[in-house]
Design a protein around this ligand. Structure first.
Ligand SMILES: Cc1cc2nc3c(=O)[nH]c(=O)nc-3n(C[C@H](O)[C@H](O)[C@H](O)COP(=O)(O)OP(=O)(O)OC[C@H]3O[C@@H](n4cnc5c(N)ncnc54)[C@H](O)[C@@H]3O)c2cc1C
Length: 411
């Protein structure tokens, strides 16, 4: 089968590129290994699809800032939103996060699918691209799992990363590109829960707390996040944990010692906690230590804090020695959780790592190694924080690639 443009992967970046190219009248073929396109879009944002953010600053993409800045110059954030608006999608904002107005991911997928549902688009679902090679006649030849071969002068690899393999992305895209001759940096799960080794975790399962987390790597503070922390029997979860997880996963892979220091009273500066404790003890001189912390922390967390400080729950607070008071303040401000791993790609939202950015031109998303080959989305070594940054990059890079493919094919 011959086609003008071939897109491998029917996720966020592939669908955006397909919807855009379909408007040109060229024949576009999109290959998706699952039986339906856009499965990850449907699962995103807890089914609400946080597709973008009002503050789309490239500086949020650590390690990829100049590359993302160039992509967003080429396809500015406003253009991505205008593209969705032109497809009929109305959006709404919640604390800067941009969602479909319906708060249903299906609305995003519906408008993309409708734009791809044209006579000049062939959607091949349930078919996996198993190999890709430069064709002897020029252009590209993709071999599909069903046995069919597709030939095209331009191909977009939009096959995603390794996160959430049940949604179609098990690293097949990066493997295919590696076979072709592109390099791939080490891949790590990111935006994922962290596994920790601490005896208190089993009793804390299900407890939630506002906290400031410091990620410590080999004894040095590497990053900080504040937000709601959720304890689980394996470790910790929550957006603040997710934001630190890529860095933690990279450090663990390099055999570095990783800890989370949890400040459990983030409204107070660490230095202010000892005086706050003293004032609380003076106000309740006969209280036991557990009662002293009543109303501040959930009961199970109070017990864990006391155990961490080596203080009995029924010890009279006013009789605590200076050392015990210091230990208590320390447990409140820097509760230590040694990090042993992540909950893996199965639970991760994104992949850290991918095709290195010096192998791709950010103005066109064209491979610098092969003519007529374009890459977009998570197959690249780009990942952003929670808040719509990953979907937005997928859409923007897909649209950038579509513009360049159009220019290649209709100069
Ligand atoms: C549970 C969850 C929630 C998320 N929520 C958000 C959110 O709210 N906001 C946000 O910004 N980001 C979110 N993300 C991240 C975001 O969804 C991804 O970063 C984004 O979808 C990446 O787009 P992509 O086009 O690169 O890849 P994907 O959307 O992953 O699409 C890749 C597609 O390629 C297909 N494919 C793979 N290999 C082949 C092959 N060999 N042949 C044919 N097809 C193939 C896959 O089946 C898949 O459909 C979430 C991720 C998960 C897992």
């Amino acid at each position: 089968m011959h086609t003008d443009c071939l897109i491998l992967g029917g996720g966020a970046s592939g669908l955006a590129a397909c919807a855009s190219l379909a408007q040109t009248g060229m024949h576009v073929t999109l290959v998706e290994r699952l039986d339906r396109v856009g499965r990850k879009i449907m699962a995103s944002g807890n089914g609400r699809c946080n597709l973008s953010n009002a503050d789309m600053n490239p500086s949020y993409y650590a390690g990829a800032v100049p590359f993302v800045a160039r992509v967003y110059e080429q396809t500015p954030p406003g253009e991505v939103l205008a593209f969705f608006s032109s497809l009929g999608l109305m959006t709404a904002q919640e604390e800067g996060r941009i969602y479909p107005r319906t708060m249903m991911a299906a609305s995003v997928l519906d408008v993309l699918r409708a734009a791809c549902d044209r006579a000049n688009v062939t959607l091949l679902t349930g078919q996996e691209a198993v190999s890709l090679s430069p064709s002897r006649r020029g252009g590209w030849a993709a071999q599909l799992s069903g046995g069919e071969g597709v030939f095209s002068p331009a191909v977009l690899c939009a096959m995603g990363g390794s996160a959430a393999p049940h949604l179609g992305t098990d690293g097949a895209g990066t493997r295919l590109l590696e076979t072709l001759g592109h390099s791939v940096t080490p891949l790590h799960p990111a935006l994922v829960q962290l596994r920790c080794d601490h005896g208190a975790l089993r009793s804390l399962k299900g407890v939630r707390a506002q906290a400031k987390l410091t990620l410590e790597i080999d004894g040095c503070a590497a990053a900080q996040e504040t937000g709601e922390l959720l304890f689980a029997d394996y470790g910790v979860s929550g957006v603040c944990v997710f934001q630190l997880s890529g860095l933690a996963a990279q450090a663990l892979a390099r055999k570095r010692r990783v800890r989370l220091l949890v400040h459990l009273l983030p409204e107070l500066d660490e230095n202010a906690v000892p005086a706050w404790l003293d004032a609380r003890i003076s106000a309740q001189p006969t209280a036991g230590t557990q009662a002293l912390l009543n109303g501040v922390f959930p009961r199970l967390l109070t017990l864990a804090i006391l155990k961490q400080s080596g203080i009995a729950p029924d010890a009279q607070a006013s009789r605590l020695s200076g050392a015990s008071r210091a230990a208590l303040a320390q447990a409140i401000c820097a509760f230590p959780l040694p990090v042993t791993g992540t909950q893996g790609f199965k639970n991760a939202q994104v992949t850290r790592g991918g095709v290195p950015l010096d192998e791709v031109d950010p103005a066109t998303m064209a491979s610098r190694l092969f003519d007529g080959l374009y890459l977009a989305g998570e197959v690249l070594d780009v990942d952003g924080p929670c808040g719509g940054y990953n979907l937005h990059f997928a859409f923007a890079s897909g649209l950038t690639a579509a513009k360049a493919m159009r220019a290649q094919l209709c100069p």
